[in-house]
Write a protein that binds this ligand. Structure first.
Ligand code: ADP
Ligand code: MG
Length: 263
């Protein structure tokens, strides 16, 4: 079953330290992500996308407001919510592809005979069957991101949280990965929150796109529906219209932040 996410009045204020002042990264974030929806958070670098994703993952707690999954307050990381990180370094260097993917089921004490089919299936889904005995250092960037995705899928999470997972890939591989993640999502229909600063990527993937304002005190300025048929690989008139709308919204936001910011 696909779970929804409810965020109400969420604030994230980083406390700062001896040399650093506190920083109000997020303020008054309100968002409902529907069960089974592919939701993209779109915003410029540094606006607070990772911070918001960390709240949903349970890595951080909001300093005000509430973040809930399926009606329950999120108090810490949970297998219900799988996270794909931006960095390829999220893999265990000393484990093979298959061992990386089997890591979750293994630490839950599930026996090999039980996880074996599941892990094979997930490796197949991301196209890594033939590479399962390799170590991460023997893989390309795109392959490492696939391992991360397979690893998350092997835990069968209700919610997938992805933090710019394809940002470091070359344009061709990124396109391939976008198609792959769309296909996987269409098969599984899990709730996805996908962070990106790439407008095109957001349009290819999302049911809805939330635009975050520049920080400090970032919030979700507006939510756009993407009513394009899937699979989406064509630069249609509807695509370019939406691209222009989103682009203008982000530019307006950038100008807004400059006007208000300190000199
Ligand atoms: P994004 O993912 O959109 O690039 P982040 O969520 O990483 O943005 O960061 C948002 C803002 O919060 C940035 O100004 C960043 O410097 C600040 N920030 C992130 N993590 C911390 C932290 N642990 N302590 C203080 N400030 C932080
Ligand atoms: Mg980030």
């Amino acid at each position: 079953m696909a779970l929804s996410i409810h965020i109400e009045g969420a604030q994230m204020r980083y406390p700062g330290g001896r040399e650093r002042p506190p920083y109000m990264a997020l303020e008054n974030i309100n968002l409902e992500v529907r069960g089974g929806e592919f939701f993209c958070l779109l915003g410029p670098s540094g606006c607070g996308k990772t911070t918001l994703l960390n709240l949903i993952a349970g890595f951080e707690r909001p300093t005000q407001g509430s973040v809930k999954a399926a009606g329950r307050t999120i108090t810490g990381p949970d297998r219900q919510r799988g996270v794909v990180f931006q960095t390829e370094r999220a893999l265990f260097d000393w484990l093979t592809v298959e061992e990386n993917v089997a890591f979750g089921p293994k630490i839950r004490g599930i026996s090999r005979s039980e996880w074996n089919d599941n892990v094979r299936e997930k490796l197949h889904l991301v196209g890594l069957d033939k590479h399962r005995a390799k170590l991460p250092r023997e893989l390309s960037g795109g392959m490492k991101q696939r391992v991360q995705i397979a690893r998350v899928l092997a835990n069968d999470p209700e919610i997938m949280l992805m933090d710019e997972p394809f940002a470091a890939l070359d344009a061709y591989t990124r396109g391939k990965m976008q198609q792959e993640i769309s296909r996987i999502w269409e098969n599984m229909r899990r709730t996805v929150v996908f962070v990106t600063h790439d407008i095109t990527e957001a349009i290819w993937l999302a049911d809805r796109i939330g635009i975050m304002t520049q920080g400090p005190r970032s919030f979700i300025r507006e939510i756009y529906e993407v009513n394009l048929p899937r699979p989406r690989r064509n630069m249609t008139k509807e695509f370019s219209d939406l691209f222009n709308t989103l682009s203008a919204a982000i530019d307006a936001e950038a100008g807004h932040a400059r006007d208000e910011g300190p000199a």
